[in-house]
Design a protein around this ligand. Structure first.
Ligand code: CIR
Length: 264
């Protein structure tokens, strides 16, 4: 079933400020710790860009016990019908889900939990207008994918299990929705046949990190510093907002990870 716009038309979002502990965030390769004041400024610009795109953003306070909690997307998954508390695959992040579930309930969401003991990071969930693609990864396992598939079936959504490429943190590190029929993806994913039902714009070689972008209403928010990808998207008619995300990138994070976006 196609649900036009469910994957990119939003009126609300939740973000969380980075705290002092963000310097201890998980990273695959240590290229230095983020600088907190620069991170806060980049986060402020990110929230402002969401607002300009037409989204009311709730910014939650920092959680010092959870260094990676600025990456709110990994703790929950929001659909118009219900929000789902996830089970992040990294042990140091597991407790973020219960805190986010309580925050979502405070904001009036009904929140369901995953049955069983499977894990899912929200970064592996690509909501499209056709299906929900979920990448199995080092953080997301088959049991977690199945548990989420059972929950969302109640609202008529299908789940398509896929593989997050080896060495890539999350499925959405490498792709994003641009509209109901179009995705932006790196060659690692566009060659994998996952997007047979979509038109695929391939991220130019050397600019793979540009795939962690987000379509929000009539804007595409993308990381700055990727001119070939920006030119490709502009040529296709997308209205871009380029944002600095150097501090999140030091922790393998990007634009999609720093908000939960939904219609409420
Ligand atoms: C982590 O390794 O969990 C964080 N340092 C980065 C999480 C980024 N989240 C995302 O891509 N959805």
């Amino acid at each position: 079933m196609s649900r036009d716009g469910v994957s990119f038309r939003f009126n609300s979002a939740i973000a969380r400020l980075p705290g002092n502990s963000v310097v201890q965030g998980i990273r695959a390769e240590d290229r230095g710790a983020p600088d907190l004041s620069t991170f806060i400024e980049q986060h402020r610009r990110y929230v402002a860009a969401l607002e300009v795109a037409g989204v009311a953003v709730t910014v939650l306070p920092a959680l010092e016990d959870y260094p990676d909690s600025v990456f709110v997307e990994d703790a929950a998954f929001c659909l118009p019908q219900c929000s789902i508390a996830l089970r992040p695959g990294a042990a140091t992040r597991r407790g973020e889900a219960a805190i986010m579930a309580a925050d979502l309930m405070d904001l009036g969401h009904s929140v369901a939990g995953l049955a069983g003991a499977g894990c899912i990071d929200g970064g592996d969930i690509l909501l499209t207008d056709k299906t929900i693609m979920i990448g199995e990864s080092e953080r997301t396992d088959a049991a977690g994918i199945e548990a989420l598939a059972v929950l969302v079936a109640d609202w008529g959504y299908t789940v398509t299990p896929v593989e997050t490429p080896a060495g890539v943190l999350h499925f959405k590190s490498d792709c994003c929705v641009l509209d109901s029929d179009t995705v932006l993806a790196t060659s690692r994913l566009s060659n994998a046949d996952y997007f047979a039902d979509f038109d695929v714009l391939q991220v130019p070689a050397g600019e793979e990190a540009a795939a962690n972008a987000i379509r929000v209403n009539d804007k595409v928010l993308m990381p700055e510093g990727f001119p070939a990808t920006a030119q490709l998207l502009r040529h296709k008619g997308y209205s871009l907002v380029e944002l600095p995300v150097t501090q999140a990138a030091l922790l393998d994070g990007g634009l999609s990870c720093m908000s939960l976006r939904f219609n409420h």
